[in-house]
Write a protein that binds this ligand. Structure first.
Ligand code: PHE
Length: 355
């Protein structure tokens, strides 16, 4: 070994030991093995030596190159291992630490009631139908056997929108019954759907909001009777209010789109507000057998098909179940009210909460 080789080897070993990270290590590697490195320079000198010296020197330099390459590689592995150890130590996760408190969101009472209604009717084999909030006059009134001059129109306090062309002005739907029409136009019977959604009437006080929600039910088949209507609605009300003995009363009434029509009352105590016994009755729902003219308006032959429909106010039954007296805070977005009346999202909507 020449002096130059001996120096190079010793100095490289010292420099490698001093290189404490990959950057320093790489600088050492380049200074030895790189294009302008010291070993490379020694190898280049070989060509200028006389042949008898060159051979022996060549063997020595090749051995030196193998040794230096191995030393450099060994140092890199050591640095890699150290870096990994440092990362593992720094990124350690302590699973015993308590979680940071995160406030849970709550379900709005209307959404909660909607989920419960859908769960109950879903269990009875109903699917969910939808329709637009802005309706044509025909879907909201005409097809439902409420012509332009009909007195029922006056009861609806309708919001009319600007007319387009010669057609009657579109309306914000005053009930979910137009979804019946859309469903019958789109779907051949048998039909078993509920429709849930926003409805609008120009009315505002402690129990009325210009925007509110209704749930509509529609069943059409070949042999559906008033008995099915009574059973279905009774089962629903008892499941929803969680009272298996809830008194339910059907009272003759009138809707243009059903014949016969019935209003449905549940038993309660007017004085205490408690549902169930008590001897008083509270109106809760409109219903009836779908009028043959409504079926015909939707292209369904009333001599082959018949069925029932019902509609109810979602806020109303939510207020009754939750013992909430005022409707207005439902839409005020007051976080204190929402915290008080909101439902736990982790508790599923069950059919019987207090049987
Ligand atoms: N659409 C009626 C209302 O808004 C309720 C209803 C629906 C009545 C279906 C009978 C059948 O009052």
């Amino acid at each position: 070994m020449t002096d130059a080789s001996i120096h190079l080897k010793a100095e490289t070993e010292v420099a490698l030991a001093a290189a404490s990270d990959l950057r320093a290590w790489d600088a050492v590697r380049v200074s030895v093995l790189g294009k302008a490195g010291r070993l490379t320079a020694l190898l280049k000198e070989l060509g200028r030596l006389p042949p008898e010296v060159r051979r022996e020197r060549g063997v020595g330099l090749n051995r030196l190159r193998d040794e230096l390459t191995a030393a450099i590689e060994a140092r890199r592995q050591a640095l890699d291992a150290a870096a990994l150890d440092a990362r593992l130590a720094a990124e350690r996760i302590d699973p015993t630490l308590p979680p940071r408190p995160r406030p849970a969101g709550l379900i709005h009472p209307i959404s909660r009631t909607a989920d419960e209604i859908i769960a109950i009717f879903g269990a009875m084999g109903f699917s969910v139908a939808e329709g637009p909030d802005v309706e044509t006059d025909w879907h909201n009134f005409g097809a439902l056997n409420i012509p332009g001059h009909h007195p029922a129109r006056a009861d609806h306090d309708t919001f009319y929108l600007p007319a387009i062309g010669d057609a009657p002005p579109p309306v914000l739907r005053t009930h979910t019954s137009p979804v019946q029409i859309r469903t019958m136009l789109e779907q051949a019977p048998p039909i078993r759907v509920i429709a849930m959604g926003r409805t609008y009437r120009a009315d505002h006080d402690a129990t009325h909001s210009p925007m509110f929600h209704q749930c509509e039910g529609l069943v059409i088949d070949r042999a559906i009777t008033l008995g099915h209507l009574k059973g279905c609605v009774t089962d629903f009300l008892r499941a929803f209010f969680g009272l298996s003995g809830l008194p339910v009363r059907f009272r003759a009434s009138y809707f243009p789109f059903t014949e016969p029509s019935m209003e449905v009352d549940i038993g309660w105590n007017r004085r205490t507000g408690e549902l169930g016994g008590g001897g008083d009755w509270l109106e809760i729902l409109g219903s009836g057998m779908v009028h043959p003219r409504v079926l015909a308006n939707c292209g369904i032959d009333p001599r082959q098909w018949q069925g029932f429909a019902f509609g109810m106010g979602v806020e109303r039954i939510t207020m009754l179940k939750g013992n909430i007296a005022d409707l207005r805070p439902f839409f005020d977005s007051d976080i204190r009210w929402l915290r008080h009346h909101g439902a736990n999202p982790l508790a599923p909507a069950t059919l019987h909460e207090r049987a």
